[in-house]
Design a protein around this ligand. Structure first.
Ligand code: C2E
Ligand code: MG
Ligand code: MG
Ligand code: MG
Length: 278
């Protein structure tokens, strides 16, 4: 009886394992084809706003991919597969180039900064610095209008090799931000050693504001820490006006979230700028 159950369980486990493996293989194949033909990949841009006057100060580039058979594949899944099967370099540089090319068109009277997410393997690429500089030059985007977002995990996995690259990027004028701040491993050492410009408070801490005491305490502490180190603070995942008001009162510098704007295709983002500056 027990043996039978064990066997059944084992079969079920294998079956779901296979499903996951099959899906990843399908994603790998589709991604490979996509990167050669370049049709289904897109970037959407989510505007970010200055807390003091609600003016738009830039946008975060977010990968979107809808495939005929696979449907829409989330950026986290696409990036994870790409990292495992050696496609992160072409995918990551496609994202970087597309974001810089689009942002070079964002004039609207004022300079808007584009934020690009970087995965662990990308930062580990010894060519990274050179490739980014080439892309900025070729696409005509000034370095100070590019912000690179790294999570604590990405920093942790690249502490030695990455530190040099990050210092050079910063010296060249590129802004560096820690994404999803507070959800990874202790970040205080990074804050002291790395030339960061911004902390992005993870949405999990914003979600229960202003009601939940612990979330309030964490947000207050992150803002105080950031400001005393001379860093700016962005709050992400702001979904209600009440959250926005609270975050402004706490001294957050930049706000991002569905209550202001959702990620949108590039042409729509351009249209938004035109209407904002009119
Ligand atoms: P992230 O960098 O923390 O990006 C913010 C995520 O929060 C985005 O999810 C965005 O759509 C979502 N978001 C923004 N405002 C709100 C809100 O008010 N409420 C809620 N519930 N969500 C909000 P998305 O686009 O699904 O991306 C998920 C993650 O995938 C990103 O998190 C980032 O870590 C990764 N990612 C996205 N694009 C890229 C990329 O081009 N390269 C790399 N390496 N990673 C990427
Ligand atoms: Mg991000
Ligand atoms: Mg984030
Ligand atoms: Mg996040």
């Amino acid at each position: 009886r027990a043996k039978e159950m064990g066997k059944n369980r084992c079969v079920r486990f294998d079956a779901s394992m296979n499903l996951a493996v099959v899906r990843r293989q399908a994603i790998e194949q589709a991604l490979r084809a996509e990167l050669e033909q370049g049709t289904g990949l897109a970037l959407h841009y989510q505007p970010v706003f200055a807390a003091n006057d609600q003016s738009m100060v830039g946008a975060e580039a977010l990968l979107r991919w809808t495939h005929a058979e696979l449907g829409s594949v989330s950026p986290l899944e696409a990036v994870s597969v790409a990292e495992d099967c050696g496609l992160i370099a072409p995918l990551g540089y496609w994202v970087m180039r597309t974001a810089c090319r689009d942002a070079a068109q964002w004039k609207g009277g004022k300079s808007l900064r584009v934020a690009v997410n970087i995965s662990a393997r990308q930062l580990g690429d010894p060519q990274f610095l050179e490739r980014v500089m080439d892309i900025l030059r070729e696409e005509g985007l000034p370095a100070h209008l590019l912000e690179i977002e790294l999570t604590e995990t990405v920093l942790m996995e690249n502490m030695e090799a990455g530190a040099h690259t990050l210092h050079r990027l910063s010296q060249l004028g590129i802004h560096l931000a820690i994404d999803d701040f507070g959800t990874g491993y202790s970040s205080l050492a990074y804050l002291r050693q790395l030339p960061m410009r911004r902390l992005k408070i993870d949405r999990s801490f914003v979600k229960d504001l202003p009601g939940q005491e612990h979330s309030r305490a964490i947000v207050t502490a992150i803002v105080a820490l950031a400001h005393s180190l001379g860093l700016q603070v962005t709050a992400e995942g702001v979904e209600t006006q009440e959250q926005a008001d609270y975050l402004v009162r706490q001294g957050c510098d930049v706000l991002q979230g569905y209550v202001f704007a959702r990620p949108m295709p590039a042409p729509q983002f351009l249209a938004l700028q035109a209407s904002a500056s009119a």
